[in-house]
Design a protein around this ligand. Structure first.
Ligand SMILES: [Zn+2]
Length: 291
């Protein structure tokens, strides 16, 4: 896939899984087939997956190379993880690390891993299984987690309420290895990358803003799951911790970025693009070039 170049920074992506096993109607409990179909004119073909007759979805990592750092934003599901509740993720043997290499990055070249939040499909490749132990996949990397997000999920995990097991196998081992950097949700990473709080989906969810000499992009994590939410921001996902707050955060984000020229790279959207105002509503329009 062709990276997007923004001035002195390049952005590539590695798609780990090219489809969701959650259908949009199930993922967004407030949606209806009729209400989704009203947006067909702009959702198709770019954001549609005809093989499953549903909106497209990805699980992917964005690879950002600034003049100073090679950064991964979110790390997917991972290999070898016990995910009994999700057959498509259970004990996976995917080609993620080969695909990362094909994008020009070996594990020891990664300087930093940023997790927008600590859900199971965003932390998986933080670790890999070596001789029966979960070890950091990226041996030199600092892993940046929002402190309150970690505290929340640590407690959920210890009290047995985090059902997937991802905190125990993909986050706690990073902390124990001394590679976690706990920050607040306004943390400035380097002259190009900074976190921005976007709570609701999870308590400490953060977006990552990229500022370059040739424009701005924002990695919005799970602030939105399906492109149709750009027009229907009141539809929160069934995985949102505080659906009402998630909707407020989403609506403010969409209004802020509409017609701004800021490139939006959502964790699960099939393509990056721009929020625009058309026909009295907000829509998402894909980038002309680049992955
Ligand atoms: Zn997600």
């Amino acid at each position: 896939m062709t990276p997007i170049t923004l001035g002195e920074v390049s952005v590539a992506r590695v798609v780990e899984i090219d489809r969701s096993f959650n259908r949009t109607l199930d993922m967004l409990p407030g949606s209806t087939p009729e209400a989704i179909a009203r947006h067909d004119a702009w959702l198709r073909p770019h954001f549609f997956d005809p093989a499953v007759n549903d909106l497209g979805s990805r699980i992917q990592t964005y690879v950002v190379r600034t003049p100073r750092h090679t950064v991964l934003i979110d790390t997917g599901v991972g290999n070898d993880k016990t995910r009994a509740a999700a057959p498509a993720w259970h004990l996976r043997q995917g080609s993620y690390l080969d695909d990362l290499r094909a994008a020009g990055v070996t594990p020891d070249q990664v300087d930093m891993v940023l997790c927008t939040h600590l859900h199971v499909d965003h932390v998986g490749w933080n670790t890999r299984l070596v001789d029966g132990r979960w070890v950091p996949t990226f041996p030199r990397a600092r892993y940046v987690f929002v402190g309150p997000e970690w505290e929340f999920w640590k407690w959920e995990s210890q009290s047995g309420r985090e059902a997937s097991g991802c905190i125990a196998d993909s986050v706690a081992p990073i902390v124990e290895a001394g590679q976690a950097v706990l920050v607040d949700s306004t943390h400035v990473v380097d002259p190009w990358l900074a976190l921005e709080p976007s709570p609701g989906h999870t308590p400490g969810h953060a977006c990552v803003r990229l500022t370059t000499s040739a424009g701005t992009a924002v990695f919005s994590g799970d602030l939105m799951h399906r492109t149709v939410q750009v027009a229907e921001p009141q539809w929160s996902s069934k995985f949102c911790y505080e659906p009402g707050r998630a909707a407020e955060t989403r609506r403010a984000f969409i209004e802020r970025h509409a017609d701004s020229g800021v490139l939006v790279l959502a964790a699960h959207f099939p393509r990056p693009g721009f929020i625009v105002s058309e026909a009295g509503e907000h829509r998402f329009t894909p980038t002309a070039e680049g992955f």
